[in-house]
Ligand binder design. Sequence first.
Ligand code: HSE
Length: 372
Amino acid sequence: MSVQPLRVGVIGAGTVGREVVRAFLERSPRLTPADGRPIVLVGIAEKFTERAIANGIPESLLTDAPAHLIASGDCDVIVETMGGDEPAHTLVAAALAAGIPVVTANKHIVAHYGAGLEALARANNTVFRFEAAVGGGIPLLGPIAQDLAANRITRVRGIVNGTTNYMLTAMAREGRDYAEVLREAQAKGYAEADPTADVEGLDAVNKIVILARLAFGTWIAPEAVSNRPGSTTGAPGQPGITGVTAEDVAAMAAEGRTLRLIATAVLADDGAIEASVVPTAVPANSPFGRCDGVLNRVEVDGLPVGRVAFEGPGAGGAAAAAAVLSDIVSIARGLGSTWGGAPIVDRGAQAVRPVAGECVMAPSGACYPVGD
Ligand code: HSE
């Protein structure tokens, strides 16, 4: 009996999508699992068709109508690499509602609509995978949800935004100011033309929401996660790394510390969740302090395992595409959603508290939490 191939449709052929397509074109046989269905690319939807063709996307597979590709009946899996809010959210929801498995790299829609999309996937008995949404190419969500499933996870924290880590590393190494390193990050293609979500910590907020779902079994609202450090005036400081000055970085260095944008989620003893994304003063010679440039690092604390750490390439099209492709292979092997067997925990309408802890005053007036 011949095995039916798994027919893949990709919607969005930008930074990540075109790397996914390139993998199909260049090493398709390598993608087929020994214990699963062969995988074939059957269609690519992209609004900017001329640019896509110039980037090597085969014209024969290309359409500018993603909704038609989903509704065509030709795809057994939809890969969403468009990014952003709409139409990505509606298209992913449509695929799941039709019972079509979805793989996405879109941290925004997973963080903001995760509860609804999870419910839709469960109601339609289909698969929703989003490994690429956090940590780029680092296998992270699967290991938390599955390999660490026997543990009680109490804290997950990490450097989950490559752009800001690149900027903070450059500021510390070269004594340069924020505006200058931002321009450089944009020139090198790390920061978006509109870098707001990166530098204000909103991208990292999305990622900690997703990590918290897998670690603690509950969806928290991105809006509830603090992205501002404290300040000497008592008012919250500026969002993300936007208030970090060259003087702050120098003052931290004088104390043997360096600033890293750390996203943290803690399951407190009373069952509440604490979460924040703030520049944090960590020892320069610590694993977080040594995690430089566009690398990501995530630490998971659990019982009985102790601390498990993941580090690697967290940003960029090739890294994210590697995670997308792994998710496709998992579906070809008959595996389920990213949350695996992790149950949903109904914690009611909970308030998310900022993460508690001591902080250190900086010349700008910001009060940065002290990390280890
Ligand atoms: N802008 C993101 C980052 C891309 O810099 O980490 C990867 O999610």
